[in-house]
Design a protein around this ligand. Structure first.
Ligand code: SF4
Length: 678
């Protein structure tokens, strides 16, 4: 397949571009937007207020993201709020013949969803102009071939029929970004790389002390894609290039759109490169039908969402890619049974290895960093391109060291560590965004791999590029015990995987584990952490949720069982006003919980046991709230508004979640006996 692409004609865009079509101004005034949609070309006057802070949620609300092909072109800006109104209706932008879309400050903030610029592109938009543009949204535009600019002066020139020099859109960009723009998108640029027509500038970084993550990145640095040369002596923060991946994975929210890109750009019958290192997952929307409102079902959105599952299955089968899918449905009514695993759970249980580079279509991909690999989330176009090149674009981020010292109290968990880290000013102020976070210190070394995964997983909440923990004896034992690997093989893998003593960290954060108390994060943000003792009032709970990739692992089940065992033996049950859900992260975890007798304990206290899936964590399964008054205590990783329904969601550790379910209000757990062997 690569041979065929090596002869495919790809050209740079012309040196000047002509943009033919109308210009849509996204204004504060809904009437002005409606007049443009009705055919009027707005006479531009800088005193007209443009909409600022247009989020990707407004460009394509979450339910729109169930669409994955050019149907998305019917929907851009459906969630755009102008004044108190939503003036843009289905199909209106596409019908309007617009080529450029203009708005104010911070265009494209929020979620990294690539559906947003893709919807705009499918509606005919070729140029986005805004006072300033958020980084990920801008990169997604560039990857898709949409031009971006902060120059409102372009409006008059486009209307005047002027051709615009392409250099105006590439000014100030690095070599790689400039190449991607000049070739009209990441795919065309990559084909040119495969053909040896463009070369990523060679690395000039001399040998230097490196962090663990930098060493892994250097080992995977692609020096020449055309001749398949990989490996660099050293990297440093700011180096730009591509790294060879060991594993690429995606879930049903992303795979179908990537598959459409593959079909259209590469060819429907072309095989992906090295399918054995690609994995698909059906995990996010498995239980959606149990959580979606009747109103949305009446709009046909459940059928649209189910298409995501079918398309992923078709592509997996056609390409011979392993799909960790949905369990067979039951009976004539086809009752949903859950999934094989949440993507991150399975990556860690079965696939991730020390020293690897793993990319996934999900922000919590750093989960696998628990075994000492560099794992990070990427967008749809990056996943699709990785099926072709096996590599991914990277700009080496600075590193931050989080050292957790001391011996933790028995009722403190990795989740408490993270809630404490998330309330550190450096993290709360956003200074850790985009950085590599390396966790170390004796309290981290004392954690199991499952608990370490809670920390690397929640690097996403830190806003980090990734989270990583150096592999050690605990890692080796895990790989031997859980994967059946030979110790010698593990030792070979782990050789050299440690940060140099004089490696550079932009910041070092010190946490004293011995001083910690059980924590809770108040609704709204994982950074709203408090010691439970500081809550100051009794908070009654309606729902307790114990599951997700963060809290559905084997050791999480150990912790739930440790809290609930005594109550079960005493014949106690959770109070009638509380609904307590325990959801496994994978079938492996479920089998483990059954073998340990935990399921009997859970059922004895009245917990509802749920098969694996993301479920309530993504507002798509049992355990979600349906009104603002409902209070939930949850062991998941984030509690942004609406994340798990409209209610008030408090984040807590597995111990606290189980203890609060039993008590009926938020409370810490006080251990009376030794830990359950896990
Ligand atoms: S369980 Fe939640 S955080 Fe984890 S992958 Fe699923 S939706 Fe994301």
């Amino acid at each position: 397949m690569l041979e065929r692409l090596k002869t495919r004609r790809v050209e740079r865009l012309p040196e000047a571009v002509r943009l033919e079509g109308r210009i849509l101004f996204l204004t504060e005034d809904p009437a002005l937007v409606r007049r443009q949609l009705a055919g009027e070309d707005l006479v531009w006057d800088p005193s007209i207020p443009l909409r600022d802070n247009i989020s990707t949620d407004e460009i394509t609300p979450a339910y729109i993201c169930y669409y994955y092909d050019d149907t998305l072109g019917d929907f851009p800006y459906l969630g755009l709020k102008c004044g108190e109104e939503f003036p843009i209706t289905r199909g209106a932008v596409r019908a309007g013949g617009f080529v450029a879309s203009v708005s104010g400050k911070r265009r494209g903030k929020g979620s990294s969803r690539e559906q947003s610029p893709y919807a705009e592109m499918c509606a005919g938009i070729r140029l986005v102009i805004a006072e300033n543009i958020e980084r990920i949204y801008r990169e997604n535009c560039q990857n898709l071939g949409i031009l971006t600019s902060t120059d409102l002066g372009l409006v008059a020139r486009i209307r005047g029929g002027e051709t615009i020099p392409l250099a105006e859109f590439t000014a100030g960009q690095g070599d790689i970004t400039r190449g991607i723009i000049e070739y009209g998108g990441l795919f065309q640029y990559n084909v040119a790389r495969l053909q040896g027509r463009v070369h990523v500038p060679p690395l000039a970084t001399p040998s230097r002390p490196m962090t663990l993550a930098e060493k892994i990145i250097a080992r995977h640095w692609v020096t020449d894609l055309a001749t398949d040369r990989v490996g660099a002596r050293a990297v440093r923060p700011g180096d730009e290039g591509f790294v060879r991946t060991d594993i690429r994975f995606s879930h049903e929210y992303v795979t179908p759109m990537s598959a459409i890109f593959w079909r259209d750009a590469v060819g429907p019958d072309e095989p992906v490169v090295d399918p054995s290192s690609i994995f698909f997952f059906r995990d996010h929307l498995t239980f959606l039908e149990l959580a979606m409102t009747d109103e949305r079902k009446a709009e046909g959105l459940l059928d649209v969402a189910l298409e995501l599952k079918r398309k992923q299955e078709e592509f997996a089968e056609q390409q011979g890619i392993t799909l960790y899918g949905e369990l067979p449905r039951l009976g004539r009514n086809m009752l949903v049974q859950g999934s094989e695993a949440i993507c991150h759970s399975k990556m860690l249980e079965r696939h991730a290895l020390p020293g690897q580079i793993i990319i996934g279509s999900d922000s919590h991909t750093p989960h696998s960093g628990a075994v000492g690999c560099v794992a990070f989330g990427v967008g749809t176009t990056a996943i699709f391109n990785s099926w072709l090149t096996k590599d991914v674009r990277i700009k080496v981020p600075p590193s931050v060291l989080v050292r957790v010292s001391g011996r933790k109290p028995d009722n403190i968990t990795a989740k408490d560590f993270m809630l404490q880290i998330l309330r550190q000013p450096y993290v709360k102020n956003g200074q850790a965004i985009g950085k590599i976070v390396e966790y170390a210190g004796e309290a981290v070394e004392a954690l199991s791999i499952d608990e370490r995964a809670t920390m690397t997983n929640m690097a996403a909440e830190v806003g980090a590029f990734t989270g990583i923990i150096a592999p050690d004896g605990v890692t080796a034992e895990y790989l031997v015990r859980e994967r059946g690997m030979a110790r010698a093989e593990v030792d070979t893998l782990m050789a050299g995987l440690a940060s140099d003593p004089d490696a550079e960290y932009e910041e070092i954060i010190e946490i004293d584990a011995a001083a910690l108390q059980p924590m809770i994060a108040l609704p709204g943000d994982p950074g709203n952490g408090l010691f439970i003792a500081e809550l100051g009032q009794r908070v009654a709970v309606d729902i307790a949720y114990a599951g997700s990739c963060t809290a559905g692992k084997k050791e999480d089940m150990d912790m739930y069982a440790r809290v609930l065992r005594e109550a079960a033996e005493a014949g106690e049950r959770i109070p009638p006003h509380v609904r307590f859900y325990i959801q496994f992260g994978s079938q492996d975890v479920k089998r483990y919980a059954e073998a340990q007798g935990y399921v009997d304990i859970f059922q004895a206290v009245g917990a509802e046991i749920i098969e694996p899936s993301c479920g309530a964590c993504i507002n798509a399964g049992p355990g979600v709230s349906y009104d603002r008054e409902t209070v939930t205590v949850s062991a998941i990783n984030r509690n942004f508004p609406g994340r798990s329904g409209p209610g008030q969601l408090y984040l807590a550790s597995p111990y606290t979640t189980a203890a609060s379910a039993l008590a009926g209000y938020i409370t810490a757990w006080e251990p009376k006996e030794a830990p359950v062997a896990g």
